[in-house]
Design a protein. Structure first.
Length: 254
């Protein structure tokens, strides 16, 4: 299940999550917490959904279909974070992957500044894996631009998740993994000429799907890295005037 926000441009959010689930061979369900009006170069507006409707979506799926893993994406504001915190009480012991979405590729703010502490206190400690990029890791931890990947992943882990993975697109290209004992560097190809909108959503959703299929967190992180990299390489550079969307399914020959 993805608990996240709709992207009307189809590149990130719920839309990217469901495509990544399909790429991994699992059936995706969703609880939409907010709607965005956006395209490849701007987020025009955001509308959040009521607390009870968020809970109803999660409960409806849990009671009939079950949930094997949860991916959490853009939450936007504190009331939404509080609703999702409550909703996590409905999913039992399913692993939770949090992608702490804060800023869009276009630069638009996707997490209100006053909601950051609520995310850190209420959602991060409940996560099995937290998957920030370097910029998000700095926002979560307060570390400076000089902090290394190792510094960042250790600091994110100290916030309470079982595992932290700091993705490497904004570092030296390697993802950093830390579970409190094992510190790993996850290597993989980089595709700077690809299209990257939705890469973070794709990575975290693939990681959640692999956990649902029984992978360890490290195995899931390695597979998610490979899937996200491939999606960027296949990215749809010709769509829109801004950052093009990733193509995790390889459906268009670019």
């Amino acid at each position: 299940m993805t608990i996240a926000t709709s992207d009307s441009g189809g590149g990130a959010g719920i839309q990217a999550d469901l495509k990544a689930f399909a790429r991994c061979g699992v059936h995706g369900t969703s609880a939409i917490v907010a709607l965005t009006a956006q395209n490849t170069h701007e987020v025009v507006s955001v509308e959040t959904l009521p607390r009870q409707f968020i809970l109803d979506q999660v409960r409806a799926v849990v009671e009939d279909m079950g949930v094997d893993a949860v991916k959490i994406g853009m939450l936007f504001d504190q009331p939404t974070i509080e609703a999702v915190d409550e909703a996590l009480g409905l999913v039992g012991d399913a692993p939770v992957v949090l992608d702490p979405v804060m800023v869009a590729e276009s630069g638009a703010v996707l997490l209100k500044p006053e909601a950051r502490q609520a995310l850190i206190e209420r959602i991060v400690p409940k996560a099995t894996v937290v998957t920030p990029n370097a910029g998000e890791a700095r926002e979560l931890t307060g570390l400076s631009e000089d902090a290394s990947g190792e510094d960042l992943v250790r600091a994110v882990h100290a916030l309470g998740p079982k595992v932290a993975v700091v993705t490497g697109g904004h570092l030296d290209g390697s993802d950093r993994y830390f579970d409190g004992e094992a510190l790993e560097s996850i290597e993989g190809p980089r595709h700077p000429d690809g299209a990257s909108h939705g890469s973070g959503c794709t990575h975290s959703s693939a990681l959640a799907a692999r956990l649902a299929l029984g992978d360890t967190s490290l195995e899931a992180a390695r597979t998610a890295r490979a899937i996200a990299a491939e999606a960027v390489a296949n990215g749809l550079r010709a769509i829109g005037e801004g950052a093009g969307p990733v193509d995790v399914l390889g459906i268009i020959d670019t």
